[in-house]
Design a protein. Structure first.
Length: 385
C-alpha cells in the first residue's frame, strides 16, 4: 500500500478485496492475509476540512461538485499533522543517517523524482525533543513538489517515526488532490477509500469497525449509497467500489438494516432497484461497455441482501423477480457469467420466499428458463459436434 502510484494502489486494494470477501467474517482473517490494520485505517479516514465546507463523496467525483472543490477555503488544502516522538527516536535515526527506513524507502516507485543523498546536512538541524511535534505544509509546496518529495523532506527535517509516515503520506496526497486540476486523482482516492472500507469490514469484527469507521462518521453508509444514484453522473469504477463497501458494511448484524434503508431496498424506484434495472437494460445491448466487475459486485450485493429475511422480502416486493427473468433471457455470449451468477440468486429467492415462485410464474419465468436452457444445450451441441 505504500506506493506513490495511485493506479498501483487501486489495483492492490482490488486484489486484496477478493480474498477478503472469500474469507469474510472468519476469525483472524486480517492476520491470515497479512493486512496492515493501521494502513487500512489511514486509507478509510474521511478527508479533513471538507466536511465543514459541505463537500461529500459525490462532490469529489462529479462535475457538479467541482465548484465546491475550487471554492474551498485555503486552509482546507494545507496539511496539519501532529505526531508524538518517543525517547530514543532521534538517537536511533542519527546512528545510520544514510540508510533509508526499512518500512518506507523500498516501496518508493520509479515514478518518484530521485533525491540526492542527505548523509551530509547542508544546515544544522533543530534540537529534537520528545512529545508532540506539529508539521505544516502549505499549498504552494503541495503544488510545486510530488508527494514523495514532500514526504522525504518532512522525514529528513522532523525525523518522523515509521508508524507516522504512512498517515502523513495519505494527508499529503489528499491535500494535493484537492488542488485545482487534480480531478483524476480525487476520483482514484475516493475509490481507494471505498475499497479500504470494504476490506476493513470483511477483515475486522464489528466492534473495531464501529470505533474506527462508523463512530467518527455516523453517516458513512448514507454517503456510500449516494454514490449509486443514477442522476449524479458517478463513474462506474467509483460505483463498483461503493457497492463493495456497502456489501462489506451489510455483513455486520447491526448495520444490515442501515444499508437496506440507505439503498431504499424495499422501493421499486429506490436507489438499489433503479440501478439494477438500468444495469439489466444496458447489458442487454451488444454495444454495452459496462464492465463485468460492476455487474458482479451489484449481483453479489443483491444476493447477500436477499439472503437476509427482511432484505429478501423487501427486494422481492420491490420487483426483483422480473429483473432476474430479464437477466436469464440475456443470450449474449459475453454476459454468460452474469447469467450463471443470477441462477444462484433465483434459486435462493424462489425457495426462500413464498410469494417469489408465484411472481416467477406470473412473469413467464418458467418459459424463459426453459428457452434459455434450450439455447444453451443447442450452443453446447454445436461446440461438441
Amino acid at each position: 500500500m505504500l506506493t506513490s502510484d495511485l493506479d498501483v494502489l487501486v489495483l492492490t486494494l482490488t486484489l486484496i478485496l477478493r480474498p477478503s470477501q472469500q474469507y469474510s467474517a472468519q476469525p483472524a482473517v486480517a492476520q491470515a492475509l497479512n493486512i496492515s490494520t493501521h494502513r487500512l485505517q489511514c486509507l478509510t479516514r474521511r478527508w479533513n476540512n471538507i466536511r465543514e465546507a459541505g463537500v461529500t463523496l459525490v462532490d469529489l467525483v462529479t462535475e457538479k461538485g467541482r465548484p465546491k472543490i475550487d471554492t474551498l477555503p485555503p486552509d482546507a488544502r494545507d496539511v496539519h499533522f501532529t505526531f508524538y516522538r518517543k525517547e530514543g527516536t532521534e538517537e536511533k535515526s542519527q546512528e545510520k543517517p544514510t540508510e533509508p527506513t526499512a518500512d518506507f524507502a523500498p516501496h518508493i516507485t520509479p515514478h518518484a523524482t530521485p533525491r540526492k543523498s542527505t548523509s551530509v546536512p547542508t544546515q544544522p538541524q533543530p534540537p529534537t525533543q520528545t512529545g508532540a511535534v506539529s508539521i505544516f505544509i502549505d499549498r504552494q509546496t503541495l503544488q510545486s513538489k510530488t508527494v514523495m518529495d514532500i514526504l522525504a523532506d518532512a522525514i529528513e527535517t522532523y525525523s518522523i517515526p515509521d508508524d507516522a509516515k504512512f498517515e502523513l503520506m495519505c494527508r499529503i496526497r489528499v491535500a494535493q488532490a484537492l488542488c485545482h486540476g487534480n480531478d483524476s486523482d480525487r476520483e482514484k482516492l475516493v475509490i481507494v477509500r471505498t475499497l479500504a472500507v470494504a476490506i476493513f469490514c470483511h477483515t475486522h469484527n464489528e466492534a473495531q469497525a464501529l470505533s474506527t469507521l462508523f463512530l467518527p462518521e455516523p453517516d458513512l453508509t448514507t454517503h456510500l449509497a449516494e454514490l449509486l444514484q443514477l442522476d449524479r453522473g458517478i463513474p462506474i469504477p467509483v460505483q463498483t467500489a461503493a457497492i463493495a463497501a456497502l456489501d462489506g458494511a451489510a455483513r455486520y448484524r447491526g448495520k444490515i438494516q442501515e444499508v437496506l434503508a440507505a439503498v431504499n431496498a424495499g422501493v421499486n424506484h429506490g436507489t438499489l432497484m433503479s440501478l439494477l434495472r438500468k444495469t439489466v437494460s444496458d447489458v442487454a445491448s451488444p454495444e454495452s461497455t459496462i464492465p463485468h466487475s460492476f455487474v458482479e459486485a451489484l449481483l453479489a450485493l443483491v444476493t447477500f441482501l436477499a439472503s437476509h429475511a427482511a432484505g429478501g422480502n423487501m427486494v422481492v416486493a420491490a420487483g426483483l423477480i422480473p429483473l432476474l427473468i430479464q437477466i436469464i433471457d440475456n443470450r449474449l455470449p459475453q454476459r454468460l457469467m452474469m447469467v450463471s451468477k443470477t441462477m444462484q440468486l433465483v434459486d435462493n429467492v424462489l425457495y426462500g420466499f413464498t410469494n417469489a415462485f408465484q411472481l416467477f410464474c406470473n412473469n413467464r419465468g418458467v418459459e424463459t428458463l426453459v428457452d434459455r436452457i434450450e439455447v444453451s444445450v443447442y450452443a453446447m451441441g454445436r461446440l461438441l459436434y
